[in-house]
Design a protein around this ligand. Structure first.
Ligand code: THU
Length: 141
């Protein structure tokens, strides 16, 4: 990312990292934070919340998204996902699906605070052939 656009979103990068500090991740020990910016510039944060029944775990991105959706927000600009480690962490398939359902035009910024690396994508780069309700609806008589 160019230095200018990084400066522009530096507050979002920081909020994603802060959000990750609230993660409840005793099983993976992998904290993830998300900062979702809506069309009006309001920021909705989320962290991953794990369950002893592992499949019930909720990712940071989905927490941020449902917080905003449940408050009536319907239009989104970008989401920053912050996670430490050796690599950069992209959203899982479930998060990509939900983002596509409710924020198909969103910009996705992946951030690794350890290396200070950022990578920016359109959602369609990460999920080029999304399942849509219309695909299902075609088969309903
Ligand atoms: N996780 C997220 O919160 N977001 C991602 O983009 C990838 C994975 C969480 C889920 C789980 O708590 C932990 O990371 C390990 O999979």
């Amino acid at each position: 990312m160019s230095p200018n656009s990084e400066q522009e979103i530096s507050h979002l990068l920081d909020q994603a990292v802060e959000a990750g500090k609230h993660a409840l991740a005793p099983y993976s020990n992998f904290n993830v934070g998300a900062a979702l910016e809506d069309e009006l510039g309001e920021i909705w944060t989320g962290c991953n919340i794990e369950s002893s029944s592992f499949g019930l775990t909720i990712c940071a991105e989905r927490v941020a998204l449902v917080k905003a959706l449940s408050e009536g927000v319907r239009s989104f600009k970008r989401i920053v996902i912050a996670a430490s480690g050796e690599n950069i962490t992209p959203p899982c398939g479930a998060c990509l699906q939900l983002l596509n359902d409710y924020a198909p035009e969103i910009e996705v910024v992946l951030y690794n605070p350890d290396s200070a690396q950022t990578r920016k994508y359109n959602l369609s780069d990460l999920l080029p052939h999304p399942f849509k309700f219309t695909d299902y609806n075609k088969n309903v008589e």
